[in-house]
Design a protein around this ligand. Sequence first.
Ligand code: HEM
Ligand code: HEM
Length: 336
Amino acid sequence: MRSLLRCGDVGMTADDRQMQTATARTPGWLHAFALVLAASTLALIFIGGLVTSTGSGLAVPDWPLSFGQFFPRMVGGVFYEHGHRMAATAVGALTVAFAIAARLVETHVIVRRLALAAIGLIVAQGLLGGLTVLFLLPPAISSAHGCLAQAFLCLTVALAVLTHPDWTPAIRPPADPGLAGLTLATAAVVYVQLVLGAVMRHTGAGLAIPDFPLALGRVIPPFLSPAIVIHFLHRVGALAVTTMVVWSAVRTLRTHAGDPGVVRPALAAMALVAVQITLGALTIWTRKAVLPTTAHVAVGAAILGTIVVWALRARRTGPAATGSARTLLATGRVPA
Ligand code: HEM
Ligand code: HEM
């Protein structure tokens, strides 16, 4: 029956299809592939951050070629800008290869659809990258390029979670629906914080408030310019992110204490937020030295990716219940 169902949809009822989707395991290699794609995307975000931090965005003035060639001499800022284009091309090729592989072997429709969406996003991201060069780094396009990179990372992380061989589609409400909603809200707050960070970075407001933890010597600075407002909003955003992450983590420890799949991302997110605030402070104290500033961009992305894992797993019923879900779909009985 199972092999017949795998060969095609002929004669399948809706129940058959649901059972096939729930019981079929994604091959381990596709999950490994998704992990490589997500890790390469995080590395690409760090490399992109280096382009901005070193001020190399216009080191190569043309696009899609670089000085009219595929491989210009990698000197000065060209090393960062052209290197970033090469790394982006590699991640684009990986994305297309992943979507083809998913089409061939993945039974979960959602994975195949998300893989297609990933191709659309990376093409849009490449176009924004090209446009920001051709229009001489307008803040709106550069910020959108930074923000879409984070959305693309979320998609690759979701693919890694959903291709885990033990993943099954949800067939009943999560153990703690409140936590599922709370982690999603936390992801949304972090995304807003990343947008504020990107706008601050690309409007040159990174040192509009040059001291930390005080702001122009006060708790609330005088709002003398839009740059100070956007910078201060990012600091308030850090407080909101910390509150949401700690709140979600406390709830996770209360309702999922025995479920390492949910507890681990909760602890990782708290640790990463502590690192991120330290890097934010270092960005100010070092007057935007390249390494802490670029690490701040990448750890921001890592926080968002970790919360995506957390939020997706919180929507599940837990490892024991996941096994039950399989048995329920396969036999119609819930095991004791
Ligand atoms: C396709 C996948 C790509 C991803 C995920 C990506 C990601 C990023 C990231 C995260 C940044 C740093 C933003 C920041 O620090 O605020 C960046 C900067 C940049 N990227 Fe990309 N990028 C991609 C493709 C491209 C392409 C194809 C180009 C072509 C020219 C490009 C050109 C640039 C430029 C010029 C900057 C610096 C912008 C500035 O300093 O204002 N990127 N990229
Ligand atoms: C958990 C909280 C935080 C998160 C998630 C976060 C995230 C980010 C991200 C992702 C960016 C760059 C966005 C981009 O270019 O694409 C950024 C920029 C920045 N962040 Fe944060 N940040 C946090 C807290 C802080 C704190 C506490 C400070 C310290 C004052 C800070 C200072 C900065 C500065 C100065 C920039 C701009 C750097 C530049 O102009 O090159 N951040 N933040």
